[in-house]
Design a protein around this ligand. Sequence first.
Ligand SMILES: NC(=O)c1ccc[n+]([C@@H]2O[C@H](COP(=O)([O-])OP(=O)(O)OC[C@H]3O[C@@H](n4cnc5c(N)ncnc54)[C@H](O)[C@@H]3O)[C@@H](O)[C@H]2O)c1
Length: 311
Amino acid sequence: MGREKITVIGAGNVGGTTAQRLVESGRYDVVLLDVVDGVPQGKALDLLQAGALAGSGGHIEGTVDYTATAGSALVVITSGMPRKPGMTREQLLEINAKIIRDVVTQVAANSPNAILLVVTNPLDVMTYVAYKVSKFPRERVLGMAGVLDSARFRTFIAAELMVPVKDVQAMVLGGHGDSMVPLIRHTTVAGKPLHECLPQDRIDALVKRTQDGGAEIVALLKTGSAFYAPSASAVEMVEAIMQDSKKILPCAALCKGEYGVNGLFVGVPVKLGRRGVEEVVQLALTADEQAALVKSAAVVKEHCDLVDKMI
Ligand SMILES: NC(=O)c1ccc[n+]([C@@H]2O[C@H](COP(=O)([O-])OP(=O)(O)OC[C@H]3O[C@@H](n4cnc5c(N)ncnc54)[C@H](O)[C@@H]3O)[C@@H](O)[C@H]2O)c1
C-alpha cells in the first residue's frame, strides 16, 4: 500500500509550516493548496528540494486545483484572512466563514471520506461551519486549539519552575481565546500537582499569559501571528489520528451532551485514532471548571448563531 494523502489548505505561514513538518516525516504524500496561484506550487517545489537534504523521501505537490486533493485521508484547513485594522470581529467571522464554506464544499466533494482538521480562526465557529457544510459525521470533523494552548501553558510552567517541559502535563479546555479553561487540578509537574509547586498568584499569572499567548506573539511580530507552535500542534493531532495512537488530546469536538454542552464545538479531551474523534473523554470537573466551560460554550454559541445567518 502507498502512502496516504494529506492535504493542507492554505499555503500561508501555518499551512506552509504544517506541510513542511508532514513532508519531512516521510510518511505521507502531501498536497498544498491555496487560492493564490503560484504560492503553493512555489512552496511545494522549495520543500521538495529541501527533501534532497532532509532525506525523508516524502512527496509534496502544490496546486490551486482541488482535483489534486482527491482521495485525501485527512485535510488540514488553514485558509483564512487575518483581522485587519478597523475590521470588526463580526466582519472577520463572515469573511472566514465564507472561505471555510467554499473550501469545505470542494474538499468534501473530492475527498468524501476525509477527516477534517480545522485551524482557521475563530476556531470553534469555523469547525462548526466545516461540520455543517461537509455533513460529515462528528467523528471526522475537529479543530485545533487546546493542544496549542496546553503547549503554551506547559512552556510557561516549565520556564517558571526551571524544569524540562516534557515533565509538565497540562490540559486546557473550552473555547479558543479569552474563555479557555485550564484544568489546574489536572496539571502536574513530574506527577506533582501544580498547586503544590507554585503559589496561586503565580498560577493565575501563567494562566493569564496563556490566555493572551497568541496576542503576545502578534504584538512582537507586528505583522502576522504565531505559526511554529500552531503547526506543531496541528501535526501532533494529525500523527495521533494517522498513526491510530489513541492519544488523548484537547481538541475542538462536537459535544452531544458531554460536559453539559450540546450541538457545539468546544475544546474537550478527545481520544484520537484512525477514525478521528473516537471518544470524548469525560474528566471530573470542579463546579468552577464546569461553569467556566459552559460559559465558554455560550460565547461559541453566540457566534455560531451569527454564522448560521451568514452561510
Ligand atoms: N487554531 C489556532 O490555534 C490557530 C493558531 C494560529 C493561527 N490560526 C489561524 O490559522 C489561519 C492561518 O494563519 P496563517 O498565519 O497561516 O495566515 P496566512 O495569512 O499566512 O495564510 C492564510 C492563507 O490562506 C489562503 N487563503 C485565503 N482564502 C483562501 C481560499 N478560499 N482557499 C484557499 N486558500 C485561501 C491565503 O492565500 C493565505 O495563503 C488564520 O485564521 C489564523 O488565525 C489558528
